[in-house]
Design a protein around this ligand. Sequence first.
Ligand code: EPU
Length: 444
Amino acid sequence: MSSVLTVRGGVPLSGRISVRGAKNLVPKAMVAALLGDSPSVLRNVPEIKDVEVVTSLLQLHGVSVLKDPINGDLTLDPQNATTASSTEIDAHAGDSRIPILLCGPLIHAIGEAFIPDLGGCKIGDRPIDFHLNVLRQFGAVVEKRPGGIHISAPKGLQGAKISLPYPSVGATEQVLLSATKAEGITELIGAAVEPEIIDLIAVLQKMGAIINVQSERTIRIEGVKNLSGYLHRALPDRNETASWASAALVTRGDIFVEGAAQRDLMTFINTFRKVGGGMDIEEDGIRFYHPGGKLNPLVLETDVHPGFMTDWQQPLVVALSQAEGVSIVHETVYENRFGFTKALVRMGANIQLHRECLGSTPCRFGQRNFRHSAVISGPAPLRGADIDVPDLRGGFSHLIAALAATGTSRVTGIDVINRGYERFTEKLAALGADVDVSAGVARR
Ligand code: EPU
């Protein structure tokens, strides 16, 4: 069962909302608490599904997770960490991909980990081969069991020289969370260096870890025997910020995103400016607005940080559907992140998908039959439609298309959007959107 959001489009979103801690950091900082031998305090925690999932998983493993009723800060105490039943782990893991990151910390804390078959957004195959290879290089034994995998390390985890075939965010985090308490030195070559990873390194350093981020995507970690708890304020969610920025453009609105931080959004800000968006960067946040007139088309490729982040792509494509001329977007991080355009085309957008790489960055998907390049011609008037949310960012994109469209849209599957956008229906209402949520219907 899932709620239905009815959207009566055509109202520019205007007003002030705030973003809190990043979805792509907070659950991982929670996992890191397992490595400590005293409690940790995490601040700026958003109320999103992934936080609930990790809370349940940690609690199942004996970690006490207390939420401050006033500000939502979490206190995580791992001192009674223990084994949990695989059936219960499976029941609580939901659709999240975070469970794979519990491997290293659980092995350090209790000697083993069970990881259920993973969910996550349907934006490609999303394999875990890098994770498993990393764990094996640390000396872990990985066994397939019904419903998931069991991981143990009879001799403990040993530091290793690891080279990633692609700068994967999750695999880099896997290395960090495993290596900090592994015996000896770990050198990671080909690491991802997203701001959320640097923030995770800050968390681990507060706990007592010794981690050097060197040039050329190399991270060197000297294992230590013990880590303590941390006190940390999570960095703000740059992906949610970019989504609201695109929403301001698409709806010809004006949104002040309180808590948005320029430093982690530089590539997005450059692109937003080239499209013709207006902005004021202030101390406590950023105002994004449509300045009137035409938006400009552009040629864009997604990439790992410091490139244009893949999570910014989907909302921006909706804005490009309203630009004057032809835009080209080459998705190089996920092979299947344009599925959401089908609903946009039904709503009136003019978007063609291509298998070829329409860009200059060599990409892993080129000759492999994946429709990973999009040609978008605009401006195309959007009209309301019935939409079922396909994934987190795709779902948000549908939502902003519906908000800009003429007529009424019925959006089902909105619980997926709650995975990464805190209280988004309340924020929409605060921005003046004409929306209401009605009780559940069975999902198609
Ligand atoms: N990959 C593999 N094998 C692996 C792991 C990754 O082939 O074992 C591939 C993926 O299939 C993908 C590429 O490597 O093609 C990059 O994946 P990465 O591991 O970097 O992604 P992730 O850690 O699973 C995180 C975010 C994503 C974000 C990506 C890229 C979290 C919980 N998720 O995923 O966020 O798109 O990094 O920056 O941190 C979202 O917020 O909507 C979202 C999907």
